[in-house]
Design a protein around this ligand. Structure first.
Ligand SMILES: [Fe+2]
Length: 200
């Protein structure tokens, strides 16, 4: 962990952070950096201590006060900018059609099931965006998806509560990302509200 006086987290999380910091320090470029992250995150979400801890994580729903969905924020790396979040959805919960802007998102399903629907888009001369469902994939416990910058997608939870641990290349709310409306408009969104949460 970085020597900033912060309290250590669960050992598996500290080990994950150390490994990711080494990837950055070694200068491994994108997209390889995130493929390595996928493998490390697979190991992390299989960790029994983390799984036990996750049982007490709160549902991260929509906050009407901020008009944003929430993510738990476990960690932000002060040197390399990557963050570790969690997203906990009730059965049947879904996300609007959106992208993650210029950020990479490594999405690990710790419990439950998610269907991730990908969309193709075409920008019309009038500035409208035509989005068309291209394909969808199921992610179950232990699966990790690498979501590239600007990929348009939507996520749907299955019949159980779903818990995802997410590594983002930068913290949501610090860069531009879009939501795609049915009328073809694309509107800027701030991304998930960051709710600090301790992994001690
Ligand atoms: Fe997303």
């Amino acid at each position: 962990m970085p020597d900033d006086g912060s309290k250590p987290m669960l050992p598996a999380v500290e080990a994950f952070i150390d490994r990711m910091r080494r990837v950055f320090a070694d200068g491994i470029p994108e997209p390889e950096r995130w493929e390595i992250c996928r493998e490390y995150l697979k190991e992390l979400i299989a960790n029994s201590e983390l799984k036990e801890h996750a049982k007490s994580w709160p549902i991260t729903g929509y906050n009407p006060k901020t008009d944003r969905v929430q993510n738990l924020l476990f960690y932000e790396d002060k040197d390399y900018g990557f963050v570790i979040n969690a997203l906990i959805k009730n059965p049947g919960g879904s996300a609007m059609v959106h992208d993650h802007g210029s950020a990479w998102t490594i999405y690990g399903v710790l419990a439950g099931e998610e269907r991730i629907v990908h969309f193709d888009s075409e920008e019309k001369p009038d500035g409208c965006f035509l989005t068309k469902e291209s394909h969808s994939e199921y992610c179950g416990p232990g699966d990790v998806d690498v979501v590239k910058p600007w990929l348009i997608h939507s996520e749907y939870a299955g019949e159980e509560k779903s818990i995802a641990v997410i590594v983002r290349s930068k913290k949501s709310g610090t860069f531009k990302q879009y939501r795609y409306l049915e009328n073809g408009e694309r509107v800027i969104i701030k991304g998930p509200e960051q709710v600090p949460y301790s992994l001690f």
